[in-house]
Ligand binder design. Structure first.
Ligand SMILES: Cc1cc2nc3c(=O)[nH]c(=O)nc-3n(C[C@H](O)[C@H](O)[C@H](O)COP(=O)(O)OP(=O)(O)OC[C@H]3O[C@@H](n4cnc5c(N)ncnc54)[C@H](O)[C@@H]3O)c2cc1C
Length: 512
């Protein structure tokens, strides 16, 4: 009753004192309440666009802290969300209600001889990759060093090496989860396989609190790298970039490019701070092999109209190459060093490209991009195919396998007036892209106010996810605007849903 009234009113009075005091007494971590000096900083996410006011924020140190949080939330029937890295692009990891922060649960335990690692949900990829580098090991992860395993893996997880090894969620062998009733369960191909299937792609704050992830690792953490550039300063330059995109889509994405290559096509406004910027199309990527072999692989790309080789990088540690690809010669987008807030508020929209787009179609899209009122707008094509496409479509809940790329469009603003302008611009992008869209979006780039989210993220897997949600969180304690609505659980029968072959391990299924 208390919680329902608070939710309806959007009130942020904080937990009743009795519960707050008891909670702080019983946990090792830290309780932060409205009115505390840290509260205003602690409720914020990486994107300052979102500024929800949770009733309570709890920084958990150990699993027992999470259990205590869930006990209190159950007693008050409060909506719970979990936060690891706070990078949700729709602000879903901070909302009015109970916020369980697991960023301090960031242990990494690597067993090099077994090629496995157990990783805490609050581990960011800066730390995880640096640890893997020590043993010359790799597993595909996020490009941004601050993004954390907890949210990233559950939404799929794309990175520069995903074409080579598969999505991050495809590398998971086992998970440890605290259900909302406080029980800890393990899930793998053999243990709770339905939960294991759902968590890999079903997105966070749905089935339980993810406590740890066991990853498969690969030997060899050195990769070569490259950057190719097309200027889109003129209409002719843009037409060449569009022709190149049409060629790449046909010959170098879903099929054609070797599986040892991973790359992104970035649309940006490039140039030093304070000077007029030039619209460019950039191809940046990594290669598992020598610089000479990479040069041979790139040769048809460098023959494309308007293409200029910007840089080739010798094989080097993935952590270094990842940083170089994001920052040299310019960061994309490059914000002035004195800009506040940093990063500025941002809106992102994802569209999978699953059908061919003609050179004229690409030209129209690139022209729309070039008309951006802000030099900080970017778009990026995260190229699929390779190992991503080899995984069975229903091997886990991440189903976007048969696509050319995810194309995300990203806008930033500083003032209310700019916000209005940039939200209009992103709406115009949706309309411009509409004829090319087959209806899928990447669930790791959610936008708020998207009534079509379930179909876009999960297609007809959604009803199965609803049943699994009903089994593992029947009280629907974990809830937010795009959470999975629980259905009463009944064990699935044969052929359920059509084409569903059981909760198989995608790597083994792909191999066999
Ligand atoms: C700057 C930036 C760069 C990015 N780069 C990439 C990229 O290269 N590739 C890519 O695929 N994606 C990328 N993303 C998207 C990113 O993968 C998702 O935002 C991801 O969900 C972030 O995870 P997080 O733990 O950092 O964020 P959070 O906001 O903490 O979590 C995201 C979601 O998962 C839930 N959650 C978090 N932890 C847990 C847990 N332990 N148990 C249960 N639920 C949990 C949250 O409630 C929320 O709904 C990027 C996002 C940003 C802002």
């Amino acid at each position: 009753m208390w919680a329902a009234r608070r939710e309806a009113e959007g009130s942020t009075q904080g937990l009743p004192a009795k519960y707050a005091e008891e909670l702080q007494r019983n946990i090792l971590g830290t309780v932060v309440l409205p009115g505390d000096p840290e509260y205003n900083a602690d409720r914020m996410l990486s994107n300052p666009r979102f500024s929800a006011c949770p009733e309570v924020i709890v920084y958990c140190e150990v699993e027992a802290d999470v259990a205590e949080c869930l006990r209190v939330a159950r007693a008050l029937l409060m909506a719970v969300v979990v936060r690891s890295g706070g990078h949700s692009t729709a602000g879903f990891s901070s909302q009015n209600g109970f916020l369980i922060d697991v960023s301090r649960m960031n242990d990494v335990c690597i067993t090099p001889e077994a090629l496995r690692a157990w990783v805490g949900p609050g581990t960011n990829f800066g730390k995880f990759n640096a640890k893997l580098q020590t043993y010359d090991l790799h597993t595909p992860g996020g490009a941004c060093p601050d993004v954390c395993v907890g949210g990233y893996m559950q939404g799929g997880g794309y990175g520069f090496t995903a074409r080579i090894f598969g999505m991050n969620c495809d590398q998971v062998e086992e998970i440890r989860v605290m259900l909302t009733d406080g029980r800890i369960v393990h899930a793998s191909a053999d243990l709770n396989p339905d939960l294991f299937w759902a968590v890999r792609g079903g997105t966070g704050s749905n089935f339980g609190v993810l406590l740890a992830v066991k990853y498969r690792l690969y030997r060899g953490s050195n990769f070569s790298g490259f950057s190719v550039r097309w200027s889109m300063q003129t209409d002719d330059g843009t037409a060449k970039a569009a022709q190149s995109l049409a060629w790449l889509q046909e010959n170098f994405m879903r099929t054609g490019a070797p599986d040892t290559l991973g790359y992104q096509m970035i649309w940006a406004f490039e140039g030093p701070t304070g000077q007029p910027k030039e619209p460019v199309l950039l191809m940046r990527g990594v290669y598992r092999g020598s610089r000479e072999d990479l040069q041979a692989v790139l040769s048809p790309v460098l023959d494309l109209p308007g293409a200029t080789l910007q840089a080739l990088y010798d094989p080097q540690p993935y952590v270094d190459l990842n940083r170089i690809l994001l920052s040299e010669p310019y960061e994309v987008p490059e914000f002035p060093a004195d800009m506040t807030p940093m990063p500025p508020p941002e809106a992102k929209i994802s569209r999978y490209v699953a059908k061919p787009v003609s050179a004229d179609g690409w030209k129209q899209l690139l022209d729309y991009f070039r008309s951006s009122p802000s030099p900080y707008t970017i778009a990026a094509m995260e190229i699929y195919g390779g190992a991503i496409a080899r995984m069975p479509v229903r091997g886990n809940a991440f189903l976007h396998r048969d696509v050319y790329c995810d194309l995300f469009f990203d806008v930033f603003w500083l003032t209310e007036q700019e916000e209005e302008q940039m939200m209009q611009f992103i709406k115009g992008w949706e309309e411009t892209f509409a004829p090319h869209w087959t209806g899928q979006s990447y669930q790791n780039y959610p936008s708020p106010d998207n009534p079509g989210f379930a179909e876009q993220y999960w297609g007809d897997n959604y009803w199965l996810l609803r049943l699994i949600k009903g089994k593992y969180d029947p009280l629907n304690l974990l809830r937010f605007p795009q959470s999975i609505a629980p259905l009463e659980w009944h064990p699935p029968g044969p052929g359920f849903p059509p084409g569903f072959k059981g909760f198989e391990d995608p790597i083994q299924a792909a191999a066999g």
